[in-house]
Design a protein around this ligand. Structure first.
Ligand SMILES: NC(=O)C1=CN([C@@H]2O[C@H](COP(=O)(O)OP(=O)(O)OC[C@H]3O[C@@H](n4cnc5c(N)ncnc54)[C@H](OP(=O)(O)O)[C@@H]3O)[C@@H](O)[C@H]2O)C=CC1
Ligand SMILES: O=C(O)C1=N[C@H](C(=O)O)C[C@H](O)C1
Length: 257
């Protein structure tokens, strides 16, 4: 262990941020810098060497980059023995299995991957999962800023999977829908049988509605992030927790219990 790493073992958590000059990365750097129990030791963006993270003796990496580079970053973290907190989207079941496979060889390492670090968003997903069994109809409408690269959002995709699993467990059949003549895309994306609609508009940041329907009533569960600071308490919570949570943690839920 280097002197730097030795210091980190007893002092503040030494944190490296990947995607540090991005919209989320800038906020994460500010939040880590302002946390008394953390030290921001490395900031890496496109074109910077990942070795800066290892050289600085980072114990935890926070990744807010892009879906096309996040897997390489995670592989590197696992190889280097650095815990990781990941907010970047694009995690399919196959990708998650791959990460579990890597972690199999490093039983001391923790990785937290959360589609949304907003506490309200986590609760919105929990409430939607709870409601799912009681309504024959459900659709998800997510709304984001127009610079977002992926659609639908990671949060909407995750919500759709949770809702679909809860419906299946309750023995509900397909969502009723008689559409026979559709302009392509009009009914949104089909994620595990749940329709997901993605809106992009200037002025929005990150918003989602889960609309449930049954005979004579609807229920709308809505969450709005108006500022990226809304994600920071969840990110800091995960940074504190990840060294003590070996293996893959998916979502913030277990950290909030
Ligand atoms: N889980 C959550 O709570 C949240 C998740 N997100 C997700 O986080 C991700 C980032 O979002 P956002 O900050 O808005 O996006 P940005 O595009 O603003 O930030 C991404 C940053 O990563 C940089 N980057 C690209 N490749 C690399 C690389 N190989 N190594 C290091 N940095 C790299 C980009 O550089 P360059 O621009 O030069 O390509 C950019 O600065 C998205 O997937 C988004 O959906 C966002 C908000 C909340
Ligand atoms: O890109 C964003 O901005 C966001 N991305 C995440 C997602 O895709 O769900 C989280 C949040 O919606 C903001």
């Amino acid at each position: 262990m280097t002197d730097e790493q030795e210091k980190g073992a007893t002092g503040p958590i030494r944190v490296g941020v990947l995607g540090a000059r991005g919209r989320m990365g800038i906020e994460v750097c500010k939040a880590v810098d302002g946390a008394a129990d953390m030290e921001l030791v490395a900031t890496v963006d496109q074109g910077d060497p990942l070795s800066a993270v290892a050289d600085a003796g980072a114990q935890v990496v926070v990744d807010f980059t892009t879906p096309d580079v996040v897997m390489d970053n995670l592989r590197w973290c696992v190889d280097q023995g650095v815990h990781a907190v990941v907010g970047t989207t694009g995690f399919t079941g196959q990708r998650l299995d791959q990460v579990r496979g890597w972690l199999g060889g490093r039983p001391e390492l923790g990785v937290v991957i959360a589609p949304n670090f907003g506490i309200g968003a986590v609760l919105m997903m929990q409430f939607a999962t709870r409601a799912a069994r009681h309504f024959e109809s459900v659709e998800i409408i997510e709304q984001h800023h127009p610079r977002k690269l992926d659609a639908p959002s990671g949060t909407a995709t995750h919500t759709a999977r949770l809702v679909a699993a809860a419906r299946a467990e309750a023995g509900l059949g397909p969502v009723p829908d008689a559409t026979a003549d559709e302009v392509a895309g009009a009914r949104g994306a089909d994620i595990d049988g749940v329709r997901v609609h993605a809106v992009r508009a200037t002025g929005l940041l990150a918003h989602q509605e889960v609309l449930f329907g049954t005979i004579g009533e609807t229920l709308t569960i809505r969450h709005d992030s108006y500022d990226r600071v809304s994600f920071m308490p969840g990110v800091l919570l995960a940074v504190r927790a990840v060294p003590g949570r070996p293996g893959l943690t998916l979502g913030l839920d277990p950290l909030l219990d």
